[in-house]
Ligand binder design. Structure first.
Ligand SMILES: O=C(O)C1=C[C@@H](OP(=O)(O)O)[C@@H](O)[C@H](O)C1
Ligand SMILES: C=C(OP(=O)(O)O)C(=O)O
Length: 426
């Protein structure tokens, strides 16, 4: 196994430009593929999750041309007519590819087998499949009920009234919303259970609007979409920088600044994870907000007690900031950490304890009391990019740390450690 030993960093300063948002990149690629017309996508993320979406679209007859550094894609839309692929669609561990494609392909005439990495087969998809089956979709589980892989016999769907459970992942509702305009009739979706990760639904609705489709959102309880619509290419679309990726640089500057200029997200961001910057202000970071950039400096850091349901990805970064804050930190309402790249509640508790923290792991929360001394240790990353990235904060705080399998950051941020090094002084 590859390992990366990070030496103590005394200061971070300078500027970083964020890669494009994963959530926006995969939504935009799918809608550009389904749309009428050609779309030029700028600042596309180049990472594993995006590669899986691109590969699947190409297997279904969509022509996509990438520039040299793969950050500009020209997508020839198929006006809703994706073709049956010869082989199974391998979607890695990309939730933003697997879930939306499940719904869209159920409404596309043809046969599709959706497969993924072993961990994908442990990540539930039942709530989405239940809703699609209630609408008449033909979807079969190839191994275990409620989990990938899936065999989809796509056909014309009529739409109608449907319930979907929103308590485990917002990606199921995102998927259903993106498929709904392809149905013959109108669709009214009612949310069962509490809807988690709500800001991602705003991202979905915003991207659909850019492709000419309106969603009526009644207080996150019901959603209405008109049927028989074709997405229309906006011709040119820009992917905002990734707000979840910004969290590592916000945290680094707050711990060891220097002054770090983070280009690509700011107060105009459409991504919920920008809320992490507000949380870090509460923790003690000093942040100047601009429309599309943040300037972050160090502060006296204090533990906080927050409900992180709206920012599940960035909240992992807070768990490692907690190691270097005064007093305990509690991160609550994050049950679905357990069904992401790994069981993140268990994994974070284990790794934080290895560093020396006192940790309480609840069913849906984690409480972290910072250690007096930081242990010299290796961090296991469980094939989870965010664990690899957020534990780099140990080095940022001035301690040597070894990250096992650092290459797992390829899921969303292949160049992460290089970018961190570019603003770091040993
Ligand atoms: O829709 C999206 O782009 C995402 C939604 C979130 O998942 P859940 O809705 O499952 O919490 C988030 O964790 C994931 O990284 C991306
Ligand atoms: C949960 C994540 O990914 P996915 O889109 O596969 O759900 C993540 O990137 O932290």
């Amino acid at each position: 196994m590859e390992q990366l030993t990070l030496r103590p960093i005394s200061k971070v300063s300078g500027s970083v430009t964020l890669p494009g948002s994963k959530s926006l990149s995969n939504r935009i690629l799918l809608l550009a593929a389904l749309a009428q017309g050609t779309t030029e996508v700028h600042n596309l993320l180049d990472s594993d999750d995006i590669r899986h979406m691109l590969g699947a679209l190409e297997q279904m007859g969509v022509s996509v041309t990438l520039n040299d550094d793969k950050t500009i894609a020209t997508v020839d839309g198929c006006a809703g007519r994706l073709t049956s692929p010869k082989d199974a669609l391998f979607l890695g561990n990309a939730g933003t590819a697997y879930r939306p494609l499940t719904a869209v392909l159920a409404a596309t005439v043809g046969e599709f087998e959706l497969i993924g990495e072993p961990r994908m087969e442990e990540r539930p998809v039942g709530h989405l499949v239940d809703a699609m089956q209630a609408l008449g979709a033909d979807i079969k589980y190839l191994k275990n009920k409620d989990y990938p892989p899936l065999l989809i016999k796509g056909k014309a769907l009529q739409g109608g009234e449907v319930e979907i459970d929103g308590s485990i992942s917002s990606q199921f509702l995102t998927a259903l919303l993106m498929a709904a305009p392809l149905f013959a009739g109108d669709t009214k979706i009612r949310i069962k259970g509490d809807l988690v990760s709500k800001p991602y639904i705003d991202i979905t609705i915003g991207v659909m609007a850019q492709f000419g489709v309106d969603v009526v959102n009644d207080n996150y309880q019901t959603f209405s979409v008109k049927g028989e619509q074709v997405y229309h290419s906006p011709k040119r679309i820009m992917v905002e920088g990734d707000a979840s990726s910004a969290s590592y640089f916000i945290a680094a500057a707050a711990i060891a600044g220097g002054e770090v200029v983070i280009n690509g997200v700011g107060k105009k961001s459409v991504q919920g994870d920008i809320g992490f910057a507000n949380v870090m202000e509460q923790v003690g970071a000093q942040i100047d907000w601009y429309d599309e950039k943040l300037v972050v400096r160090k502060g006296e850091l204090q533990g906080v007690d927050i409900d992180a349901n709206a920012i599940p990805d960035a909240a992992m970064t807070l768990a490692t900031v907690a190691l270097f804050a005064k007093g305990p930190t509690a991160i609550r309402n994050i049950y679905n950490w357990r069904v992401k790249e790994t069981d993140r509640l268990a994994a974070m508790a284990t790794e934080l304890r290895k560093v020396g923290a006192e940790v309480v792991e609840g069913n849906d929360f984690i409480e972290i009391t910072p250690p007096k001394n930081i242990n010299l240790t290796d961090i296991d990353t469980y094939n989870d990019h965010r664990i690899a990235m957020c534990f780099s904060m140990v080095a940022v705080a001035g301690h040597t740390v070894t990250i096992n399998d650092p290459g797992c950051t390829a899921k969303t941020f292949p160049t992460y450690f290089d970018v961190l090094t570019s603003i770091s002084t040993e």
